[in-house]
Design a protein around this ligand. Structure first.
Ligand code: SF4
Length: 487
């Protein structure tokens, strides 16, 4: 998959992947397992599956990659034709097994399993309120807050109304797959910040963060879950019901899903990610193209951008000038500064004949801290490049993400308080240019108001403490009974 970073230490970290299935006769466990494999790039810290056999829930959640988290015996024990799954990288909540998902809980009117991708910005307020009502929490993650809130609402209301009440109380980004007893549902936040789609499989239906999971199962993408929509998979895998529970004038799709996070072979909100990246690359040439002997990508993140850029540049050589060692894991021992610097050589090696004595355009999708870019420029210079021009397929990242992406803090972001010229100087390139925000919106076929651009503008589509908003938005008002004011 083409979402790996040149050096993991420098990139934003993916959040989570969610999935849910309902079949007529097949067991859900293996399809969930394969789907999680397809979503592995969205989280490598833990993996979990919860199934329901019509009588009771079965759950297996473990730390590590999908391939390590489940044995054959674990999968055999996960009985039942319905289930949900999750891969996680810690976002809200600590890096420990108490935050691994799906989160499952039994309460008076049944059982509940919940997988969450995103991050709530008002989880603290809701947690305090629920604690005051006697709810005991076992983790510090926001998913448990959603689960408790939903469980509480299910005591008083039917499923659809209960979900609507919870949606009226939580504020932030969320794509959820939920299992209430043996019913599987999917919910996307009213701004549609995180992706979620519906697919048809042989004998059933699937909800997944990305369509690549549906492809893996030989299924057919039906459509994206709409922002603010609840989708309930029918029992017996015969179809699904849709409830548009919340409507907003504008969406706030995370543009970074297209630029960086999602698999290039996924279709998100109607756009094939690979084509979006190539389109961004073409625009990059139009906005800031520079004539050089060769155009090359930073592997693997810059590849689709570079191919679009080179195509638009017409006639320029497009070549791989940096080779990636795929077998270097996420961590390796780096005892000294010198060894740390060697890390880049462990991961990437220049192809001298492509680079030596030539002018080079190096294309990447983003610059976060700038350390990797700096090392890459050094590598190419050592390999004999005459000039190095960096082109970036996204705008400068100037602010952190509060919606579930580990983007680095403001202090760590190289563009937070530096001009493009200052960044160029710091990374040592001969020239540097980013793509404009308007170009991103245009290529993605969206108006700016329908995108989340928080990390590149510093203005967010949610009401976040001490941060500016780019639209008229307030946290939900809760009435005296703890219900949304407009319930
Ligand atoms: S702040 Fe950036 S990374 Fe976070 S949701 Fe918005 S666009 Fe995506």
């Amino acid at each position: 998959m083409d979402t790996g970073r040149a050096l993991d230490a420098d990139g934003p970290t993916e959040k989570c992947g969610v999935v849910g299935v309902s079949f007529a006769e097949r067991d859900a466990a293996l399809p969930l397992y394969y789907s999680l494999y397809a979503l592995q790039h969205r989280g490598q810290e833990s993996a979990g599956i919860v199934t329901h056999d019509g009588f009771q829930q079965h759950s297996h959640v473990a730390m590590g990659l999908v391939g390590d988290a489940f044995s054959e015996d674990d999968l055999d024990a996960l009985n039942g034709p319905t289930g949900i799954g999750h891969v996680r990288y810690p976002t809200s909540g600590g890096l420990d097994s108490s935050c691994a998902q799906p989160f499952s809980v039994s309460f008076k009117s049944g059982s509940l399993g919940l997988s969450h991708n995103g991050n709530l910005v008002n989880a603290g307020e809701l947690r305090s309120e629920l604690e005051n009502l006697g709810h005991a929490f076992t983790s510090d993650g926001d998913t448990e807050v959603i689960a408790h809130d939903l469980a509480r609402n299910l005591l008083e209301a039917d499923l659809v109304r209960a979900v609507k009440r919870t949606m009226g109380r939580i504020h932030g980004s969320y794509s959820l797959t939920i299992m209430h007893d043996d019913t599987v549902l999917g919910v996307r936040d009213p701004e549609g910040n995180r992706p979620l789609c519906i697919g048809k499989l042989d004998g059933g239906y699937i909800l997944a963060s990305e369509s690549a999971a549906i492809d893996t199962m030989d299924g057919e993408l039906v459509r994206d879950v709409r922002p603010g929509e609840l989708v309930v998979l029918r029992e017996g895998g015969s179809g699904f019901d849709s409830y548009q529970l919340v409507e907003r004038e504008n969406t706030a799709h995370c543009f970074f899903e297209h630029v960086y996070f999602a698999r290039p072979d996924s279709v998100i909100d109607g756009t094939l990610v690979y084509e979006a990246r190539r389109g961004l690359g073409r625009r990059l040439w139009q906005e800031s193209g520079v004539d050089t002997d060769v155009v090359m990508p930073v592997p693997d993140s810059g590849r689709a951008f570079a191919s679009g850029y080179a195509e638009a540049a017409e006639g320029v050589e497009f070549a791989e000038g940096l080779m990636k060692n795929r077998y270097v894991g996420r961590t390796f021992i780096m005892p000294t500064q010198d060894e740390r610097e060697r890390a880049v050589r462990l991961k990437l090696n220049p192809i001298r004949s492509t680079v030596e004595g030539r002018t080079v355009t190096l294309i990447d999708d983003s610059i976060v801290r700038g350390t990797t870019s700096n090392q890459l420029v050094d590598l190419l210079r050592e390999a004999g490049a005459e000039e190095i021009h960096m082109r970036i397929g996204a705008p400068p990242i100037v602010a952190p993400c509060y919606m579930g992406i580990d983007m680095a803090s403001r202090e760590e972001l190289i563009a937070a308080d530096r001009s493009t010229e200052e960044i160029r100087e710091q990374i040592g390139a001969d020239s540097l240019a980013y793509l404009s925000i308007d170009a991103v919106a245009e290529v993605l076929g969206e108006v700016r108001d329908d995108l989340c651009l928080g990390c590149v503008t510093g203005e967010y589509p949610y009401d976040i403490e001490d941060e500016a908003t780019d639209r008229d938005v307030d946290r939900p008002r809760i009435d005296d009974q703890g219900l949304p004011a407009d319930d």
